[in-house]
Ligand binder design. Structure first.
Ligand code: GTP
Ligand code: MG
Length: 189
């Protein structure tokens, strides 16, 4: 597969929002297990973000700096069934703080499993992003596993929100080229 970026450095794991970064930032949000860390790895062509079959793998805000030009931000997933309300709030506060205060945030990628479509919390989060005028692009994930009918339903559901979306797979690498281009354009690379 094509290599778009050369130098990737893990910056650190954060509990509190790292709003001081002075380069453009792109953040990967979505439900637990939707494939956020995997997509970052596919995009960077290396296994730098930790991936797991079990939901809840990523528990901190992890930052990667790429070619000294921009940051990719991997965040914990939300909405996994066993989490109580207080845990969801514990998730929400640092992420909201980060999203609202990161000066150079370019795009919020909202990852949606192409087979499952938008779940209730995805819709709430979309409304929140929209209310705060945060530039949002939907990334449909695990497209390699989605049937035509699942995909059709998901697309129909998305129309309601009038959002730009890209179909992706970390396995087949579908959509990685478009994702890389979108990021490079947003950074003037
Ligand atoms: P949390 O950190 O727990 O929020 O999860 P995450 O969104 O970072 O998901 P992660 O990348 O850890 O992937 C979860 C599971 O989905 C792993 O078993 C991955 O191998 C699998 N997976 C991720 N992307 C794809 C994909 O495009 N296709 C397929 N078939 N599996 C995928
Ligand atoms: Mg993860």
């Amino acid at each position: 597969s094509e290599v778009y970026f050369k130098k990737v450095k893990f910056v650190g794991s954060f509990i509190e929002a790292p709003t001081r970064f002075e380069l453009p930032q792109f953040v990967f949000c979505g439900r637990s297990n939707v494939g956020k860390s995997s997509l970052i790895n596919a995009l960077l062509n290396q296994k730098i973000a930790q991936v797991s079959k079990t939901p809840g793998k990523t528990t901190t805000i992890n930052a990667f700096v790429v070619d000294e030009k921009f940051y990719l931000i991997d965040v914990p997933g939300y909405g996994f069934a066993k989490r109580s309300k207080s845990i969801i709030n514990a998730w929400k506060k640092p992420i909201d703080d980060y999203l609202l205060n990161a000066g150079m945030l370019r795009t919020v990628f909202l990852l949606i499993d192409a087979r499952v479509s938008l779940m209730p919390y995805d819709e709430l989060f979309l409304e929140w992003l929209n209310y705060h005028n945060l530039n949002t692009v939907v990334l449909l994930t695990k497209i390699d596993k989605a049937s035509q009918s699942q995909l059709a339903l998901t697309k129909k559901h998305l129309q309601k929100f009038n959002l730009q979306y890209i179909q992706t797979s970390s396995v087949s690498k579908k959509g990685i080229d478009r994702l890389a281009q979108l990021i490079m354009q947003a950074c003037d690379i």
